[in-house]
Write a protein that binds this ligand. Structure first.
Ligand code: AHM
Ligand code: MG
Length: 338
């Protein structure tokens, strides 16, 4: 029997410290938590309920959608559209903004999400996750907001979080006041505070990058990785370890637990295609950057702080270098010297 703090209790107690809080935000977070519990259940049942495999369609970025991409997107919409807290939502799996339907009241927040990040991993039973970010709706929100309302820098985020569907399901959350982690106790259906005040060690000896892209990397990234690989006898004088789960949520979680650096940098192949990165700014780069910075880490494109990038489109891509502060700063300095 658990006597721990539930996520609901935690959110309500945090709200008490915010002057003028109406409970709207608390209630919105609760709806997001509910959506993640439903998704956790779906991901966990997998083939038993026939949700694995391809849906045979593509999203706006030309990526093949999994059945679970579509189903989990539906779950997020259904859980969050009815309560009157949101004006609109935007997701990796929808081409355009999803305005709250006229039959429901419209609220003052905007929600962006990737309902199932790393979904190519579902068929092989490797950890996946949900990422979300909450913004205030600028201007008049009772009218149907368009994409412009979402094009705010990451520094404007009110809250960000992710759910990780791994051996345990966890929810990691920041409202701009540190980072806290909760573990789902499936027996009682509650997330319990298990990792208060998560902090990322400033130094690390572990890096994560998809090395199959090595031949396309820019010089500063190549230099950083070469130096790590050189180990004890190289310029760093230390042996480094490498990981690549291909699920950003799992990588960021590992970094929150024991430090590390994660990179999906800009490379020559992307430049030739005219894209600015692999990961998306509004529902991957920004929320993960807020979490990492709130935990004492750093998040950069290599050339600028991710949260200061002014978005120019809902599905804009961004290079990502995040994690332990001193390592991220080293990669940034290599870009400056280049
Ligand atoms: P997705 O949103 O289509 O799942 O793509 C994002 C994922 C990240 O979770 C992960 O870091 C990266 O793509 C993996 O890329 P790669 O297939 O190059 O290893
Ligand atoms: Mg994604």
């Amino acid at each position: 029997m658990h006597n721990g703090t539930t996520i609901t209790q935690f959110i309500i107690e945090e709200q008490r410290h915010i002057e003028g809080a109406t409970g709207d935000f608390t209630s919105l977070l609760n709806d997001i938590v509910t959506a993640c519990k439903v998704i956790s259940n779906m991901v966990n049942k997998g083939e038993l309920i026939g949700v694995l495999g391809s849906a045979g369609s593509e999203n706006v970025q030309g990526e093949t959608q999994k059945k679970l991409d579509i189903l989990t997107n539906e779950v997020f919409i259904k859980s969050n559209e009815w309560a009157g807290h949101l004006a609109a939502m935007a997701s990796e799996e929808m081409d355009d903004v999803y305005p709250i339907p006229d039959k429901y009241p419209r609220g003052k927040y905007l929600l962006t999400f990737d309902p199932l990040d790393g979904s190519s991993n579902t068929d092989v039973n490797v950890s996946v996750g949900t990422i979300f970010s909450i913004l205030k709706c600028p201007g008049e929100c009772s009218a149907r907001p368009g994409a412009e309302g979402f094009l705010q820098a990451g520094t404007e985020q009110v809250a960000a979080g992710y759910a990780l569907y791994g051996p345990s399901t966890m929810m990691v959350l920041t409202t701009g006041n540190g980072v806290n982690g909760f573990t789902l106790d499936a027996d009682i259906g509650e997330f319990i505070l298990t990792n208060p005040n998560m902090t990322i060690p400033a130094d690390t000896r572990e890096f994560a990058i998809n090395a199959s892209n090595m031949r396309h990397w820019e010089a500063p990234v190549k230099r950083y990785v070469d130096e790590c690989l050189a180990g004890k006898t190289g310029p760093r004088g230390e042996d480094f370890n490498m990981r690549w789960v291909a699920s950003m949520v799992a990588e960021v979680h590992r970094i929150l637990m024991r430090g590390g650096i994660f990179m999906y940098p800009l490379d020559e192949k992307m430049k030739a295609k005219g894209t600015e990165g692999k990961l998306r700014l509004l529902y991957e780069g920004n929320p993960m950057s807020m979490i990492v910075e709130q935990a004492g880490g750093a998040a950069s494109t290599g050339r600028e702080r991710i949260m200061e990038v002014k978005p120019n489109g809902l599905h804009q891509r961004v290079p990502v270098v995040l994690g332990s502060k001193n390592e991220v700063e080293r990669v940034v300095s290599y870009h400056k010297e280049d």
